[in-house]
Design a protein around this ligand. Structure first.
Ligand SMILES: NC(=O)c1ccc[n+]([C@@H]2O[C@H](COP(=O)([O-])OP(=O)(O)OC[C@H]3O[C@@H](n4cnc5c(N)ncnc54)[C@H](OP(=O)(O)O)[C@@H]3O)[C@@H](O)[C@H]2O)c1
Length: 334
């Protein structure tokens, strides 16, 4: 499949056609480039992150980069009337369910509708630990908190569906090819805190990313006016996702070399890693009838996810398990 060119997707004029997007983890890596291109396309973007300082720094860098790109527009691009959108910080810490709920409430207080939600933030292959809410950290960050955020924002997404009937609101979930590590449908209560953790941590990552694909499939079924898609962005080796491993004393340098060699042969740049998300957000050829619940990989190619991830019985069980676990923490999901 050819490399995606984000310039081919429609541009909007925010003074006439205001469109609102929220992205988690937009301050680094794949998220940063996803924000850049939505901003260049005229979107009002909430960059949700746990550190105001880091997000605001990235907003300054994004504005600088966008200004540079705009100053190099060719004549026909200027004629197309391309406008920059706007960038705003929204506080969210996915380690905390109450922070996730506050973020959803804050957005609902600020915006009458939401056109695009990108569950991009994630962590990978960290040592075993529990969040203050009692979930394994990869499970909560990569799946449970995005589930909570999205379900709380469904009313805003539905409002966008009312207001723009020809443009379904979209939810994009950053999964990973690592979802294949969940090769069987294990009990979701398993935390796989076994020796050697360096292997079992991948099972925990794979489990969370499989649940995310289940989530997109179930959301698509339950909310047929919302276009829901999951994504494997490619192997993008120069993001912060690998920093736990590359910063390890002594062994860090070995992991860094290993990741660089792997990236040289199989990897894509941070920007190209964002292209599948960008396509899922902006490509008007994607529609509810043919694309809802699907999984896309590098450069926007459609791909069947693993047997476990595409099994709808398992997807329904994952949904029920998640709602029950949230209910036990006094959070109700409609
Ligand atoms: N890179 C790859 O090869 C690859 C492959 C497959 C899938 N993915 C998926 O792509 C997504 C983006 O990854 P990336 O490679 O761009 O990694 P990254 O540079 O590490 O970006 C991850 C983002 O998530 C945020 N985040 C982490 N924990 C958070 C928390 N508790 N609350 C709020 N935000 C939090 C980080 O914020 P801070 O800056 O505050 O830490 C950061 O902005 C992830 O979901 C990842 O699993 C990546």
């Amino acid at each position: 499949m050819a490399i995606i060119d984000p310039n081919t997707f429609p541009y909007i004029d925010p003074s006439k056609d205001r469109r609102v997007a929220l992205i988690t983890g937009g301050n680094s890596g794949i998220g940063w480039y996803t924000v850049l291109h939505l901003y260049l396309h005229g979107y009002t973007i909430y960059v949700a992150g746990r550190s105001r300082a880091r997000v605001n720094k990235s907003i300054d860098e994004l504005k600088e980069k966008a200004a540079k790109i705009v100053s190099n527009y060719k004549l026909e691009e200027i004629r197309e009337e391309r406008y920059l959108g706007s960038l705003h910080f929204l506080e969210i810490d996915l380690f905390s369910l109450s922070s996730v709920q506050n973020a959803a409430e804050n957005l609902i207080a600020k915006e009458p509708y939401l056109n695009i939600l990108i569950n991009n933030a994630g962590i990978m292959a960290l040592p075993y630990s529990l969040t203050p809410d009692g979930f394994e950290i990869q499970m909560q960050t990569n799946y449970i908190s995005p589930f909570l955020l999205t379900t709380k924002l469904v009313p805003l997404l539905e409002k966008a569906a009312d207001l723009f009937p020809d443009e379904p609101p979209r939810v994009v979930y950053l999964s990973s090819v690592g979802h294949h590590f969940m090769f069987s449908y294990f009990s979701l209560d398993s935390t796989f805190n076994y020796f050697p953790n360096i292997l079992f941590t991948w099972l925990r990552y794979g489990m969370a990313k499989t649940c995310g694909i289940h989530f997109m499939k179930m959301l698509a079924l339950r909310n047929p006016r919302i276009l829901c898609m999951s994504v494997h962005p490619g192997f993008v080796m120069n993001t912060n996702l690998f920093s736990y491993w590359t910063r390890l004393p002594i062994f860090g340098i070995m992991f860094w070399c290993l990741f660089q060699i792997f990236g040289y042969f199989f990897g894509v740049s941070n920007e190209r890693g964002a292209y599948t998300s960008i396509r899922c957000c902006l490509d008007r050829n994607y529609n509810i009838q043919k694309d809802n619940g699907k999984y896309y990989v590098t450069d926007g190619s459609e791909c069947p996810p693993s047997y476990v991830a595409r099994n709808m019985d398992y997807a329904a069980r994952t949904w029920i398990w998640t709602v029950k676990k949230l209910n036990e923490r006094n959070i109700s999901i409609p």
